[in-house]
Design a protein around this ligand. Structure first.
Ligand code: SAM
Length: 258
């Protein structure tokens, strides 16, 4: 099992700086998010904690129960555990081995997810739901359906914090090997996005229904306006790891503000 080096993350900003001494340094052998760069792996998780924490502060939400939706093997989950040691943290994913690791290493509750978003059920309600790099693999319809579903799993005043590929990603496909799509599919994704649409998507070659998406900030704002009972708390570009945009929605009707 690879073990990270605690000394690599000393440049972190709060709240990750405080959580850094407690964060688990164990990486699952099957962690698809770990590509051998321990510094980036830790910084990426720490950056997610910063933006999730900011969303909770802005929303005024106390994170008693947290769900990491699409947790993988806990690149971010470990930081949630380190910063909120008293919280009930749940991890869910399609990858059973990753969930077993999160349960054993971070004391998470877990449940196995599925690809039929409409049929998904959660065992409880949450104050905070994080979906890091999940919408970034879904079509516009599936991404919106997932936001609706996740918002329905929040407690009153709870927040859903989700990452998106935005304008930054749209401009750097060629430099990033087309995010695994290949040049032709990347061009198809770009075509939709360029022709005035707010969202572009293309499947990976081998996985219909799962690929790469890009979304203009206007897409996330429009979804927020469409969702009944949702308040747009935060929408920012390259907020996660200087890479993904992040949107945070709170379950609180706009006309119910104090
Ligand atoms: C790019 S990875 C990101 C993992 C983790 N959030 C992180 O940032 O390290 C996307 C994850 O979402 C999971 N995923 C995709 N569709 C899902 C679904 N319908 N339900 C739960 N997890 C899903 C994948 O299995 C994968 O682990």
């Amino acid at each position: 099992m690879p073990v990270l080096d605690r000394a690599v993350a000393l440049t972190l900003r709060p709240p990750a700086r405080g959580a850094h001494a407690k964060v688990s340094l164990k990486v699952a052998e099957h962690d698809a998010m770990y590509a051998g760069n321990g510094v980036h792996y830790l910084e990426c998780g720490a950056s997610a904690l910063s933006v999730i924490h900011a969303a909770t502060v802005l929303a005024g939400t106390r994170p008693g129960a947290i769900l990491d939706f699409g947790s993988g093997a806990g690149r971010v989950t470990r930081w949630l555990r380190a910063h909120w040691p008293q919280a009930r943290i749940t991890a869910t994913d399609l990858r059973g081995d990753d969930l077993a690791f999160c349960e054993a290493e971070f004391g998470c509750a877990t449940f196995l997810s599925a690809t039929d978003i409409g049929a998904l059920k959660a065992p409880q309600r949450y104050d905070v739901i994080w979906a890091g790099s999940v919408l970034t693999h879904l079509s516009a319809a599936a991404a919106e359906a997932l936001l609706v579903k996740l918002l329905s799993w929040t407690r009153p005043d709870g927040v859903v914090v989700a990452s998106l590929h935005g304008r930054f990603v749209a401009g750097r496909g060629a430099a990033q090997e087309f995010y695994g799509l290949g040049e032709e599919r990347w061009a198809a994704l770009q075509a939709g996005y360029r022709d005035g649409a707010a969202y572009g998507y293309a499947d990976y070659a081998q996985t219909p229904g799962y690929g790469i998406s890009i979304a203009r900030p206007a897409w996330a704002a429009a979804v927020a306006e469409r969702l009944e009972g949702a308040r747009l708390v935060l929408l920012g570009e390259r907020l996660w790891d200087d890479h993904h945009d992040v949107v945070a929605l709170q379950r609180r009707p706009i006309d119910a503000m104090p």
